[in-house]
Design a protein around this ligand. Structure first.
Ligand SMILES: Nc1ncnc2c1ncn2[C@@H]1O[C@H](COP(=O)(O)OP(=O)(O)OP(=O)(O)O)[C@@H](O)[C@H]1O
Ligand SMILES: [Mg+2]
Length: 269
């Protein structure tokens, strides 16, 4: 289990996250949704130790502040929201960076095959020699995901769950690759790891998440199953537009449709 308690982040005098409590179970995909600027990326960065925050985050009961960078890198991997790289790496070189940061294995055969397996998982086999800067936006996003997967390829290490933190992993992807990547995330969770993913697509969230946190201006407005959180009232008020939740077959989960004809005022009534 991962837990974060009383997470508060301030930039200058502005409180961006206000006493947020968060918990995610291994074996599950936990999504964080909310409007632009609601604090999703900040929460992810606070919980992965990338930015200072008051409060405490634990992985399997251990405070991340007590873990060395090397230990943290073996326990969790982070896909940032924007993964631009400054150097002219090839795709294979980029993905191999995950091997060193996660100390995945000292076995040379494993070191050789793992990046290729990860590229295969994200549909990029054959792209090994391409320069990352010359990829399309969606290809680049999937190459970054392959790097992150390589870091913690096995979802558990000596029986302990490892954690994937993904900030908008499908934001640049076409619908087919969105499904591929969400399935990769769910498979990681089903194999015993934990996944925390920031999402904008509410319907993909409803399809794939086991648990959802809805952030609103730096606070948790609702958390629970997709069905309990993705409601007309909370979503419309939070996003400032009229949204209607249905439960069409076949999957029977919530399905959210924007109500294009409604005005902003109607949405917030
Ligand atoms: N380094 C920073 N300095 C000052 N303010 C910041 C900084 N980073 C983020 N913010 C502000 O904190 C708030 C939350 O930002 P955050 O990036 O967490 O939002 P988000 O929910 O991830 O939004 P988006 O959906 O656009 O990615 C925003 O108002 C943002 O302008
Ligand atoms: Mg963000």
């Amino acid at each position: 289990m991962m837990q974060a308690q009383d997470i508060t982040v301030k930039y200058g005098r502005t409180t961006v996250l206000d006493n947020v409590d968060f918990a995610a179970e291994a074996g599950q995909l936990t999504a964080i949704v909310g409007p632009n600027g609601s604090g999703k990326t900040t929460l992810l960065k606070a919980m992965t130790g990338e930015i200072p925050a008051s409060g405490e985050t634990t992985l399997q009961g251990r405070a991340i502040s007590q873990m060395s960078p090397t230990e943290l890198a073996t326990q969790r991997a982070v896909l940032p929201q924007s993964g631009n790289i400054a150097f002219p790496f090839t795709v294979l070189e980029l993905v191999r960076l995950g091997l060193t940061s996660g100390l995945a294995s000292h076995d040379p055969t494993h070191q050789e095959t793992l990046p290729l397996k990860a590229l295969d998982r994200v549909g990029l086999r054959g792209f090994e020699g391409r320069l990352v800067q010359e990829l399309s936006g969606g290809e680049r996003q999937r190459a970054q995901l392959a790097r992150v997967l390589v870091q913690i390829w096995e979802p558990t290490l000596n029986g302990t769950p490892r954690w994937l933190f993904l900030d908008e992993p499908v934001s640049a992807l076409d619908i087919g690759h969105q499904l591929v990547v969400m399935q990769v995330a769910r498979d990681f969770a089903r194999a015993g790891g934990g996944v925390v993913a920031v999402m904008h697509d509410l319907n993909l969230t409803a399809m794939f998440a086991d648990h959802v946190y809805l952030l609103d201006r730096g606070r948790v407005r609702a958390s629970g199953t997709p069905k309990s959180v993705l409601t007309d009232t909370d979503l419309s008020a939070c996003y400032g537009c009229a949204l209607r939740t249905n439960t069409p077959p076949p999957h029977g989960g919530p399905w959210i449709l924007p109500q294009a004809t409604s005005s902003h005022q109607e949405a917030t009534l």
